[in-house]
Design a protein around this ligand. Structure first.
Ligand code: ATP
Ligand code: MG
Length: 272
């Protein structure tokens, strides 16, 4: 699909293809779960979606049923060995959903990238070679603000921040927002945090306080739908499926479908 010229858009509309970095340097807040499940929901809506796993833990890959240990090419080879991105893309069991996997090889990349030419733009250059085949590219960033995340922010058209409904939820968020600002000043001028979602919600006063505080801080950027904590979500990765395939009618699956609709709602063009 040819990218639309921004002059064809009405106010507030966003052109496809979109590249969304799921980022929050806090660990275990639901980045990967949210990235792969939103990706699966967008694929259900018939968009063509590529998930790029930027985390040496490889959770997005295993969560989509890919055992990245035995692969000939992973995102590490793309970023550091000049491998073509198209050679490392794998189909998943979800129609329209593809993944560029990562494994532990990527653990050294934050340091190995330091002396390399164009170190911040390597992922963007790789994505540019396949972008015409996708409507959405979803980047699962690691829990750090190192060069892998900077590559994600440089390649992205927008940032999605999942926030866990727990005490200290907003801690460290200022650092992430400063990184987004820095990347937008130097490398990617149109980058912005477009969506924030509250995840792992439980019916407690604490969780309600966190949701209220997030809405006070970030207003309209915060998704209307909150994702509940659910055992089914935690079980899904061990089956190599997003929860929307593992338990399609669960409350969490419904919530993630609503979030995918909120994300794609302002999009100008239909799936290919
Ligand atoms: N809505 C939910 N209900 C229950 N468990 C959840 C939910 N969302 C995520 N989890 C679980 O919480 C843990 C952390 O989630 P996830 O791996 O998505 O976080 P992350 O931010 O990607 O972590 P990391 O920083 O290590 O990359 C996982 O075990 C996941 O299965
Ligand atoms: Mg993760």
């Amino acid at each position: 699909m040819a990218p639309q010229s921004t002059s064809d858009l009405s106010p507030g509309e966003i052109a496809l293809p979109r590249v969304i970095a799921f980022a929050n340097q806090k660990g275990g807040v639901g980045k990967t779960t949210t990235a792969i499940t939103v990706a699966a929901c967008l694929a259900e809506l018939e968009y063509r979606v590529l998930v790029v796993d930027l985390d040496p833990q490889g959770n997005a890959s295993t969560g989509l049923g890919i055992n990245a240990r035995d692969l000939d090419a992973t995102i590490y080879d793309v970023l550091l060995r000049g491998e073509k991105l198209e050679n490392c893309i794998e189909p998943t069991a979800v129609k329209n959903l593809f993944v560029a996997p990562a494994n532990l090889d990527l653990a050294g990349a934050d340091i190995e990238l330091v002396p390399e030419m164009g170190r911040e733009q390597r992922l963007k250059k790789a994505i540019d070679t396949v972008i015409d085949q996708y409507d959405y590219v979803i980047l699962d960033c690691p829990p750090s603000l190192g060069l892998l995340t900077v590559n994600g922010l440089t390649a992205a058209t927008e940032v999605f921040v999942p926030i866990q409904c727990e005490y200290f939820a907003l801690e460290g968020l200022g650092q992430l927002l400063r990184s987004v600002d820095r990347v937008s000043q130097v490398l990617n001028p149109t980058l912005e945090v477009r969506h924030i979602a509250c995840v792992m919600y439980t019916h407690t006063t604490l969780a309600d306080d966190v949701v209220r505080e997030v809405r006070e801080h970030f207003g309209d950027k915060v998704c209307k739908t909150v994702v509940p904590r659910s055992v089914r979500v935690a079980e899904a990765p061990s089956h190599g499926k997003p929860v929307t395939s593992f338990d399609p009618s669960s409350a969490a699956s419904k919530a993630y479908r609503e979030i995918a609709k909120e994300i794609s709602g302002g999009t100008s063009n239909r799936p290919r």
